[in-house]
Design a protein around this ligand. Structure first.
Ligand code: ATP
Ligand code: MG
Length: 246
């Protein structure tokens, strides 16, 4: 479980997260939505301490990582997370096999001789086969997403974080990524956090959705409740996303 209590993050010229609290329960698929620049990426980066918040707590399985200065604790907690970056961020000079094995090498003490078998398994989970020897430049956009996801799950994380997983993708690839996220969530039982400005995606896949605006969660609830929210920011976001409240 991830317990977020009163999380505060400021940048020199602006307050971004101004006291956010939420509990993300094991097995949940929790989405954070909000317009561009509201702090969604900042939020997700705080969860693995890529950036350090100024205040509050982020308790992951009983360990507060918001303020700890223990590298040991941070490393241990970070190992329980997989992270799919917005751009996918594959290493262009490495093969698919080397890309997917990257986390195994740095996060686990898996013997090198096991890499091919594990990589094959993870690629199969994302629907890819016989691509181990290819370089990222030889892959389609959809395949790159799949390889990035295989890399994120290679070390068998307990939690999976997705930052804008569908931004910039065509509708077909968006549908594929949506199926991958829900597939990983169901098949592997990974507790999942998605940040996105795609309200449609969030309402379709999530067990709960949180609306980030003005540095706070203006509304947190199941998709059905969310659609009926009377919160002004939620209503406005529903309208600009062309979604009906029914
Ligand atoms: N390292 C930084 N230094 C200063 N300001 C930053 C930094 N990172 C983010 N910001 C600012 O914090 C605010 C929130 O940024 P963030 O990237 O978290 O938003 P977002 O909701 O993810 O936006 P988008 O939908 O465009 O991805 C923005 O105004 C941004 O300019
Ligand atoms: Mg962002």
């Amino acid at each position: 479980m991830i317990e977020i209590r009163n999380l505060v993050k400021n940048f020199p010229d602006r307050k971004v997260l101004d006291g956010i609290s939420a509990e993300i329960k094991d097995g949940e698929l929790f989405s954070v939505i909000g317009p561009s620049g509201t702090g969604k990426s900042t939020f997700i980066k705080c969860l693995i301490r890529l950036i350090k918040p100024e205040g509050g707590q982020i308790i992951v399985d009983g360990q507060d990582i918001a303020s700890t200065s223990s590298e040991f604790t941070l490393a241990k907690v970070r190992r329980s997370f997989g992270y799919l970056f917005q751009e996918g961020a594959l290493f262009d000079s490495l093969t698919v096999l080397e890309n997917v094995a990257f986390g195994l090498k740095y996060l686990t003490d898996t013997p090198k001789s096991d890499y091919p078998r594990i990589v094959k398994e993870k690629l199969a989970l994302v629907g890819l086969k016989d691509v181990e020897h290819l370089k990222p430049a030889e892959l389609s956009v959809g395949m790159k997403k799949r390889v990035s996801l295989a890399r994120s799950i290679a070390a068998e994380p307990k939690y999976m974080l997705y930052d804008e997983p569908t931004t910039g993708l065509d509708p077909v690839t968006t549908g594929m990524v949506k199926d991958l996220i829900t597939g990983m969530h169901e098949k592997l039982g990974i507790t999942t956090v998605v940040v996105t400005h795609d309200l449609n995606l969030a309402l379709e896949i999530s067990s709960r959705v949180a609306m980030l605006t003005g540095g706070k969660f203006a509304e947190v609830g199941e998709p059905a409740k969310f659609r009926r929210s009377e919160n002004a920011a939620v209503k406005e976001f529903m309208e600009i996303s062309h979604l009906s409240r029914e």
